[in-house]
Structures are given as C-alpha cells and as structure tokens.
Design a protein around this ligand. Structure first.
Ligand SMILES: Nc1ncnc2c1ncn2[C@@H]1O[C@H](COP(=O)(O)OP(=O)(O)OP(=O)(O)O)[C@@H](O)[C@H]1O
Ligand SMILES: O=P(O)(O)OC[C@H]1O[C@H](OP(=O)(O)OP(=O)(O)O)[C@H](O)[C@@H]1O
Ligand SMILES: O=C(O)c1cccnc1
Length: 473
C-alpha cells in the first residue's frame, strides 16, 4: 500500500488546485487540452534517459480521487464549496499516449502526452512529474551501472540512504534499469521484485569471535550463506574463517555461496581473496563487493582485473548521485483546438506546439540512427531539422521508421498489459544494445540526434513570430 493512497487527491501542488478552481468558476474547465512531458538535460553527463514510472503513474492516476476527508480539508483551507463538490466525484477520464516503459529517450522528446479537459490534465501535473522524473532518474543510473558491470549480478542496497520514502520507487526503478534484486523488502513485495541480502557487521560484532559468528549463520542458512569478511582483518581473519566454514559446510553437503568485501582496496583484496579461496578448492565461492560504488568505480575495478562476481550498490543509485533530479517538465501544447506554445528568448526553451509523435530511425543493423518529432497526423517526412540550428538537417529516408508513442490510458482506464520490472529491464537491455557505443561511454558521450519535421519547425516558428513579433532566426 502506497503511503499516500488514502489521500491521493492531495498529492499535488496548491497552485494546481487554485488553477483548477479558477477554470471551474470561469466555466472553462471542460475545454480540451493536451500537455507534453519532456526533459531538457540528460542526467549524469550521459546521452540518454531510461523512461520509467509509467506503470506507477497509470496506477496512481486511476486511483486519483478526493475522499470526503480531502474535501473537508480543501474547504478548511479556503476552497469554495461548489468546486469542492465537483471534486467529490472527480476521476481522471482523459487519454494518455506514451513511449514504452524502459524506452531510451532523449532531451526535448515529448515522451508522454496527456489529453483531456483542462481541469483534469492540470490536476495530475505534479503527481505525473513526481513519479516520472524520479523513476526515470534512478532507472537511468541503474542502466549505467549495468553497462559497467556487464553480466555480473547487481544487488540494490539503497533504502537506508534514499530520499525518505522515495526509496520505495527507487528500488523498483533500480530493477527496471537492470539490477537483479533489492534489499528493500517492501518494494519487493509491492512491485514483485526479487529481494536478497547478505549480513551486517553487527551480526559479527554480536558474537565473541568472527568464526563463531560465521558458523552460526551458516548453520541457519547453509545454502544461501554470504559471509561479510572485513569486520576485523579481511585477509588474516575474514577469509581464513570463511574458508573454515566453507569446508565444514561442504562436509555437511552444502556449499558456501559467497564472501562480501565492504572496505579497503577492492581490487587488491578481491585478487588476494580469490587466490586464497581457489587454493582451498573453493572456486565456486563468489566474491561480492560493496562500499560507495557507482558505475565509474565498477568500471575501474573491472579494468584493474578485480575478480568480483557480484556488486552491491546503495547510496549512489537510490539517491541518483551526482544528479539529485531529472528536470522533466509538463507543458501545454494544444488548447481548445489550437496548437499552443510557450515562447522564450532562449530558443532551446521554446516548447513544441501541437499533438505530436516521436519516430526512431533505425539502420539496417538495427542500430538507432536518430529520432524525429512531427505532428501525430503528419505523413512521412524525409528530413529532420535541428530544433535550434536552422542550417542543420539530416536525411532519414534510408532508415526504418519505428513509432514510439502508443496509447497507455483511454478514458481514464489503463489499457497497457501489466509488465513486471524484470520484463521492463529486458526491453531496456535490448534497446541499449541498439544504441551505439559512442552514446554509452561515460566520458563526454556523443550527443544523440533528435530533429523535428519541417512542418513542425514551420508551425513552431510561425507561432513564435506571432508572439515575439520578430523572426526566430
Ligand atoms: N581499487 C579501487 N579502485 C578504485 N576505487 C576503489 C578501489 N577500491 C575501493 N574503491 C572505492 O574507493 C572508495 C574508498 O573509500 P574509503 O577511503 O572511505 O575506504 P574505506 O575502505 O571505506 O575506508 P574505511 O577503512 O574508513 O572504511 C570507495 O568508494 C570504494 O568503492
Ligand atoms: O555503500 P553503499 O553503496 O551506500 O551501499 C550500502 C552500504 O550500506 C551498508 O553499510 P552500513 O555501514 O550502513 O552497514 P553495515 O554495518 O552493514 O556495514 C553496506 O555494508 C554497504 O556498505
Ligand atoms: O544485504 C546486504 O548486504 C545489505 C543490505 C543493505 C545495505 N547494505 C548491505
């Protein structure tokens, strides 16, 4: 049960409600509107985002309502009774089109579109941004860690250092972004994830000696025993004691699963530990490493030849380090039958008007070439134009065109078939293979091309001219 479920109608910013009341009182609330969700900047100095949070969002929008208690509260803070009465039976009844959960998306792409009355599309803004921005931020981080770790096992350990209850969605996004499991039992239960874990230093400290601590744990968990070996001295005590317990387990018909290193030079220690374990005939015992890891350290450890089989990652993943937030926004693109634009002196900040589609142009090897944004009802186009540089264009007629946007909610009903985060992860991994290496490197990745159709460019420029009273270029 989500903690906000009972009062989900209040999970919004105050101004959404004052605007909704204003639309209602001026009898504009049933006018049709279409909003786009997009972000402007990739996190982590990367070149892509893993679009995530769609299933959580649809579930929350379906549940979005105002309980009698919510209505009493809104009256108590000054909302008018005619408007609050309207909210008593309010349900979102609009349509949502979006790219698939787990899709790789790029700056300025309208990855999700909400259509409905201005009142209902406005009211869900904050909820939508809160869910999509956070889950996409964390899934993107997880996908980067997956890229660094190759096919090694990844365990998510972040709940204790996550941004409060955000940890619930962080663990889900970690798995959809590519992690195998989470230590977060609530999220595992709620989102159908695999939960897993090892042991803490407190277990070992609570015994008189390390060997006794290891033996007792192995007695209770003979087939899923991972021993934390760095409490006293990894190479002189932790690993020798783990070897003793591994031999005892073997004699009883079980095998020690792994040892965990949680401090020190992880390359030096994993190499030494591997040698000691192998010399004792324990080639099957895996090495888990943790301690403030991220994609850069994991890539470095592996390039140093560290024989680590499993990585546990907490803080940097669940908190989205070094970027605290994805800057996704929700902008009005069509109102009362007419394309709408938010102008700006900074052309990069100007929004794209109208009801739009995104296409991915894929080459004969299945690799992504570029993306195009056009009006949804536009026929095929042969060129995409740079959104802000009028001199740059790219011919896309030799590529195969994929349509990325699909209907996800119809008349307020979620129409997507349910997918587990592990299924979403499979799709993301498939798409990452289609993104060329230069877009995936961590240092100064190549910018992925996203262009707009000529018709959209013309329409945007005409509208901008109308408001700015001058040509855009
Ligand atoms: N071989 C390595 N190459 C690159 N980074 C490493 C290597 N080994 C460990 N690290 C990383 O370096 C950082 C080490 O942090 P720190 O100096 O706090 O070490 P520590 O062993 O945790 O210290 P302490 O003994 O106080 O617990 C961690 O982020 C860890 O993941
Ligand atoms: O380093 P992170 O990527 O954030 O991963 C989570 C960390 O949390 C635990 O340490 P903590 O000191 O909280 O508990 P412990 O006593 O079990 O070591 C664990 O041992 C990891 O080091
Ligand atoms: O299971 C573990 O080893 C674990 C869980 C949470 C945080 N750190 C480690």
């Amino acid at each position: 049960m989500l903690p906000i479920q009972n009062n989900i109608g209040l999970y919004t910013d105050h101004y959404e409600l004052t605007m909704a009341q204003g639309y209602f009182l001026s009898n504009r609330h049933l006018k049709r509107a279409s909003f786009d969700y997009f972000f402007r900047k990739n996190p982590y100095k990367g070149s892509y985002v893993v679009f995530s949070g769609l299933s959580s969002l649809l579930e929350m929008i379906e549940a979005f309502h105002f309980s009698p208690e919510d209505c009493d509260y809104l009256l108590s803070i000054g909302f008018q009774s005619s408007f609050v009465d309207y909210l008593r039976t309010f349900r979102f009844q609009g349509n949502i089109h979006a790219v698939r959960e787990g899709e790789l998306v790029f700056p300025y792409e309208p990855t999700l579109r909400v259509e409905g009355t201005i009142l209902e599309t406005q009211l869900i803004e904050t909820l939508l941004l809160n869910v999509l921005n956070f889950e996409s931020l964390i899934a993107t981080k997880a996908s980067r860690i997956r890229l660094a770790a190759g096919d090694r096992i990844l365990m998510e350990f972040g709940l204790r250092r996550a941004q409060g209850l955000g940890g619930v969605h962080a663990s889900k996004a970690a798995v959809s972004g590519g992690f195998n499991s989470t230590s977060n039992v609530f999220s595992a239960y709620y989102f159908d994830l695999e939960s897993s874990g090892t042991m803490a230093h407190s277990w070992i400290q609570s015994f008189d000696d390390e060997l006794e601590a290891f033996r007792t744990y192995a007695k209770h968990y003979p087939d899923e025993c991972t021993l934390l070996v760095d409490t006293y001295d990894t190479l002189k005590s932790g690993i020798p004691n783990a070897i003793t317990v591994a031999r005892e387990l073997h004699q009883q018909g079980h095998e020690l699963a792994a040892v965990r290193l949680d401090s020190g030079d992880l390359t030096y220690l994993s190499k030494k530990a591997r040698r000691l374990l192998d010399d004792a005939g324990l080639q099957h015992v895996k090495i888990v490493a943790s301690n403030q890891l991220d994609e850069i350290i994991i890539q470095s450890l592996l390039s140093q030849g560290a024989p680590i089989d499993i990585f546990g990652v907490g803080t940097s993943l669940a908190a989205g380090k070094e970027d605290a937030a994805l800057d996704g926004v929700y902008k009005l693109a069509h109102f009362d039958g007419t394309p709408s634009i938010k102008v700006s002196e900074n052309i990069a900040k100007m929004t794209l008007p109208g009801i739009k589609a995104i296409h991915r142009f894929v080459d004969q090897d299945g690799l992504f070439g570029a993306d195009g944004i056009s009006f949804a009802d536009e026929p095929d186009y042969e060129f995409i134009h740079h959104p802000t540089d009028p001199h740059k264009q790219k011919e896309i007629s030799k590529y195969t065109k994929e349509s990325l946007i699909q209907e996800a909610m119809h008349d307020g009903k979620n129409i997507l078939s349910k997918q587990t985060p592990a299924e979403v992860a499979q799709y993301t991994q498939k798409r990452l293979k289609q993104l060329t290496e230069e877009h995936k490197r961590f240092l100064n990745p190549h910018v992925y091309k996203v262009g707009i159709s000529e018709k959209l460019q013309q329409n945007r420029n005409d509208l901008a001219k109308q408001y700015l009273k001058k040509d855009l270029f």
